[in-house]
Design a protein around this ligand. Structure first.
Ligand code: IVH
Length: 667
């Protein structure tokens, strides 16, 4: 055997054993034997980089290189499903199908609804080429590097007969066992806990370091195939074939021909699901025939051929211990109920938001009350009612909203007609100050990614920053001196602050945190007035003349600029060199699609010149960099890309994007 053949043999053996272990749950060899083969392959690959293959089983261990997620358009939009909560609604769905198919016979496929993160995998020539999150349904994040660490997802397909190109969608999950382990570890390290396995899976999938992703041991079930050349069979049969190619398909799928069979399936899984190793939140019912699916089609958001039946939210009764209050960046004070910890849908809960004073008042809570806590699909549990039969005269008094800010002691206020009670001390109330700075540095605002909430907290607590403008006075030695801050992190922070000076005006306008001026309003204002100065001096009538700027927003803008401190802040930001006017060129569309991306251009292009591509990168928020490093997000490659560059990119696992794909990304 030549070395190449030997490497190929080891790879295919490992792919096969991996499938037997993670998908079929039926290992043929011991873990030790598996590790030995893996080590042998790793050694050979290290000696022979010329046989590099991004789909090698050795790639599953992840890499320490930082991932940056490129946004990719979905070829087919990722839709959601209509929800039902009762058998009557399922019956209505059944009736609708019957009518729409004009009495034609049909079969339904019932499946478990897995509660994780949806993912779309693209395979070409039997190899995984891309894994993209749902995102907004139209475009999502390319998380291929992280998905490759999931052992139950095949990198290379088995058998034959699979289409040359297809997509398969499914759910990425963190099994309960992993979830509990992860939270135990986080608790020990005093890190914030994940509320449920879905959040944990989603957080993990967005991690920058794929080695950490690999250690979290995610799993995946695939439930939907798309493509132009799918096998000419029903949905159920299609997935059974996919299982033969190596995909993990739910063993709980069942074809039903009557409504009663569907109800039987639902009843069975409503209790049996508690024994599954992963979180589920309902049943999905799909018309099985693909041609009938096509006939039924889609509404704007969901398919007409499928529906989800959601399991009832789990309820628990527990004792209310205390109400605490959180102060947000706008000063709004949110009451939070703290109760005896209870187990709910598999997780321990001890807190629930009470939203605002009215919500709290309507529940008529008394400290010591027994309260009903409920948690549906949503992350945050809520209190739905008080068990009045359990209330005794010994009970604590009725809960009343506090009158002073828990953070700074200022008398709280309520604006007529608004639900929120707020602390008016925006000048010196700490969570408001820190919250505004956190908003300023956030990704969609100034995108100062070297800084996070903890560092803001630290810098604020030692008196180095009181507002966003102070960030631009920070120097490396100031930061180095702080606890847990090395020279490199200090340098990083300063570099990302420096970099924010080029952030376009509309995002500066969003970042300064005028109430009700969100991203879209900021863009509208920037286009209409073009400079900060004109916005500062605009009258109420001028402001409301702008499309979609109503009275409330206009008042808020006037209020902001009437404030001496806000004007000083804006002035200091101006002096710090931030963009205070729009770059006008009607022919160019500005977006933030490439924010945070470091892009290398290489080769000769057909549709635009290199300089045009460079300009496009800037216009969409990206950064042009000249050489490839671990920080490179992707290489925009034309014809004749230099071989040295190509090799380096491949070695570092950096994605190569061609012209067409790049232009599609910007569409
Ligand atoms: S089918 C066009 N099947 O539920 C329909 N979805 O609420 C494609 N989900 O976004 C989806 N288990 O993330 C389908 N067996 C299953 C599912 C499932 C979980 C998720 C999926 C989807 C969401 C809709």
């Amino acid at each position: 055997m030549t070395t190449k053949e030997q490497i190929e043999h080891l790879r295919s053996e490992l792919h096969r054993h991996n499938y037997k272990y993670y998908v079929l749950n039926d290992p043929e060899i011991t873990d030790f034997e598996f590790d030995c083969i893996m080590r042998k392959l790793q050694e050979l690959e290290a000696k022979h980089p010329e046989y590099y293959d991004s789909m090698s089983p050795t790639m599953r261990v992840g890499s320490d290189l930082s991932n940056e997620f490129v946004q990719v358009m979905h070829k087919y939009p990722m839709l959601s499903l209509g929800n039902t909560y009762s058998f009557d609604e399922v019956k209505d769905f059944y009736g609708r199908i019957q009518r729409a198919l004009g009495g034609e016979q049909f079969e339904l496929c019932c499946e478990i609804k897995y509660d994780g993160v949806s993912i779309s995998l693209t395979y070409e020539e039997g190899r995984l080429v891309r894994a993209v999150t749902r995102g907004d349904g139209v475009q999502g994040d390319d998380v291929t590097a992280n998905v490759k660490t999931i052992n139950s997802i095949p990198l290379v397909l088995h058998g034959e007969g699979f289409p040359r190109e297809f997509e398969i969608r499914g759910e990425i999950l963190m099994p309960w066992e992993q979830f509990d382990r992860l939270n135990r570890e986080r608790e020990a390290q005093e890190e914030a806990l994940f509320a449920n396995p879905r959040n944990a899976a989603s957080g993990t999938l967005k991690l920058q370091n794929s080695t950490v992703v690999a250690s979290r041991k995610l799993d995946a079930y695939l439930y939907y195939m798309l493509g132009n050349t799918l096998p000419d069979v029903g949905h159920y049969e299609c997935l059974q074939q996919a299982a033969k190619w190596g995909f993990k398909v739910s063993p709980a799928m069942r074809k039903c021909s009557t409504l009663d069979e569907v109800f039987e399936y639902i009843n069975y899984w409503d209790t049996e699901r508690k024994n599954l190793p992963v979180a589920t939140d309902g049943i999905v019912i799909k018309v099985n025939s693909l041609s009938q699916q096509r006939m039924l089609g889609y509404t704007a958001k969901v398919p007409r051929w499928a529906i989800a039946y959601k399991f009832q939210a789990e309820k628990a009764v527990t004792r209310l211990n205390e109400i605490t209050y959180q102060v947000g960046r706008t000063g709004a004070v949110t009451p939070v109920a703290n109760f005896e910890p209870v187990q709910l849908s598999g997780t321990m809960v001890k807190r629930a938001t009470l939203h605002n004073a009215d919500f709290m008042e309507n529940l008529d809570l008394h400290i010591g009350d027994m309260v009903f806590v409920e948690k549906g699909g949503e992350i945050i549990p809520k209190i739905t009612a008080v068990d009045l039969t359990a209330r005794s005269f010994m009970m604590g008094e009725k809960v009343r909203f506090i009158t002073r800010c828990p953070e700074c002691g200022t008398l709280l206020m309520r604006v007529e007609g608004e639900a929120a009670i707020f602390c008016p001390n925006d000048a010196t109330c700490p969570p408001q100050i820190k919250g505004r700075i956190e908003h300023f540095i956030s990704r969609k605002a100034m995108n100062i990614d070297g800084l996070g909430a903890e560092t803001v907290d630290l810098l604020y607590s030692v008196g180095l920053i009181h507002n966003a403008a102070d960030l631009y006075n920070l120097r490396i030695p100031d930061i180095c001196r702080l606890e847990r801050m090395g020279f490199r992190s200090a340098e990083n922070i300063i570099r990302s602050i420096e970099h924010s000076r080029t952030v376009p005006f509309e995002r500066v306008l969003f970042a300064i945190g005028i109430r009700f001026v969100g991203e879209t309003v900021a863009k509208k204002l920037a286009r209409a007035f073009e400079t900060m100065e004109r916005i500062e001096n605009a009258t109420f009538d001028e402001l409301t003349a702008v499309d979609e700027i109503g009275e409330k927003i206009a008042q808020s803008i006037l209020h902001f600029f009437a404030n001496e401190e806000c004007r000083t802040l804006v002035n200091r930001l101006k002096n710090a060199g931030l963009q205070m006017q729009i770059i006008v060129d009607d022919s160019i569309k500005y977006t933030d699609k490439l924010i945070g991306k470091n892009i290398v251009i290489s080769g000769v292009f057909a549709q635009h010149s290199r300089n045009e591509y460079k300009a496009m990168i800037e216009q969409h928020g990206g950064t042009n960099v000249s050489s490839i490093s671990s920080k490179t997000s992707f290489v925009l490659a034309g014809r004749d890309m230099g071989p040295a560059k190509l090799e380096k990119a491949q070695k570092l696992g950096i994605r190569i994007v061609d012209e067409d794909t790049f232009l599609k990304m910007l569409e």
